[in-house]
Design a protein around this ligand. Structure first.
Ligand SMILES: [Zn+2]
Length: 303
């Protein structure tokens, strides 16, 4: 079995994300884990890239989760080659109507944001940009959803392991000592939806020797996963400090991410707001913070 990473760029025009790490697995079958952002340049580059490593056409496209920078080219590859697209049941709906998914995701954040002191017009520009992006993508015409998945390869049994946190249907594809985890473990991530689940998922990932993430440096090892856990705990402490004397969501986000200078780009607005809300909801669940009249208060010194 051979594992070959392929990086698929994030179009600069959108300026809101990072190149995706996709992985070709060559064994008695050729599998592709994630497909990257769909753009005319990426279509050509991914096909050429896979051909150059003798991994064309892939027989199966395994998606780690339902985000556009991971499944995007899946629709195109499926049309061109007939490769089967596989995704966990809980993320499958994102492939059907990405626009609805984004709208729901965004509008939930808007409710928290507006209650927390942001103004709708500050966030609307980014919202319309994201909705536009989801309109122009090619939707996969068919896919197979699973709750459990096993694929027998000559080099071992590939299995899907649910690692929710980033999205409910995030999976790591595991084979022997390797795990391909998509965005379930991204260094210093600011895109975790459910931190409680994320901590449990990191426990599951830690036991693998090589952990291949969906962005940035690869592979990660158990000490990198521990560093990510420490990062989250430090950030939770930062949130507790920020609301020691009571603070709105906006004040907490600004303390956590902007430190005075406010950057209007997407990565610096909606994601920090969502991430800070995720920290607050985790802390609320632990009984460490409480909300009163739109202000968050720390109920003790540290988590
Ligand atoms: Zn993602």
């Amino acid at each position: 079995m051979k594992i070959i990473p392929i990086t698929v760029p994030f179009p600069a025009a959108f300026g809101i994300g990072k190149a995706a790490n996709c992985y070709a697995i060559k064994d008695d079958q050729t599998l592709l884990i994630d497909a990257g952002w769909d753009s005319p340049e990426n279509r050509v580059a991914l096909k050429k890239g896979l051909e150059s490593i003798d991994a064309w056409p892939p027989e199966t496209i395994l998606l780690t989760h339902g985000h556009i920078d991971h499944f995007g080219l899946g629709g195109y590859l499926h049309e061109l080659t007939g490769a089967e697209i596989m995704i966990h049941k809980k993320d499958a709906y994102m492939l059907d109507n990405y626009e609805d998914y984004i709208r729901e995701w965004y509008d939930k954040a808007m409710v928290d944001a507006i209650e927390g002191g942001f103004e709708a017009k500050e966030l609307e520009d980014v919202r319309s940009k994201l909705l536009l992006v989801s309109k122009v993508m090619l939707k996969p015409t068919s896919y197979t959803e699973f709750e459990e998945l096993k694929i027998e390869l000559k080099g071992g049994t590939l299995k899907a392991m649910n690692v929710p946190g980033h999205t409910p249907g995030s999976v790591a594809y595991t084979i022997r000592e390797e795990a391909f985890c998509g965005d379930a473990a991204i260094e210093n991530t600011i895109n975790v939806q459910d931190l409680k689940q994320e901590f449990l998922s990191l426990q599951k990932l830690k036991v693998f020797k090589n952990i291949y993430p969906g962005h940035d440096r690869l592979p990660l090892h158990s000490q990198d996963i521990e560093a990510l856990e420490t990062h989250f705990i430090n950030r939770l402490d930062d949130v507790m400090i920020a609301c020691r004397n009571g603070a709105t969501l906006r004040q907490i986000v600004e303390k956590m991410y902007f430190a005075g200078s406010r950057d209007e780009s997407l990565i610096k607005t909606i994601f920090p707001i969502k991430q800070t809300s995720a920290y607050l909801h985790y802390l609320e669940g632990e009984g460490a913070v409480a909300k009163k009249n739109g202000m968050w208060f720390a109920l003790r010194g540290r988590l």
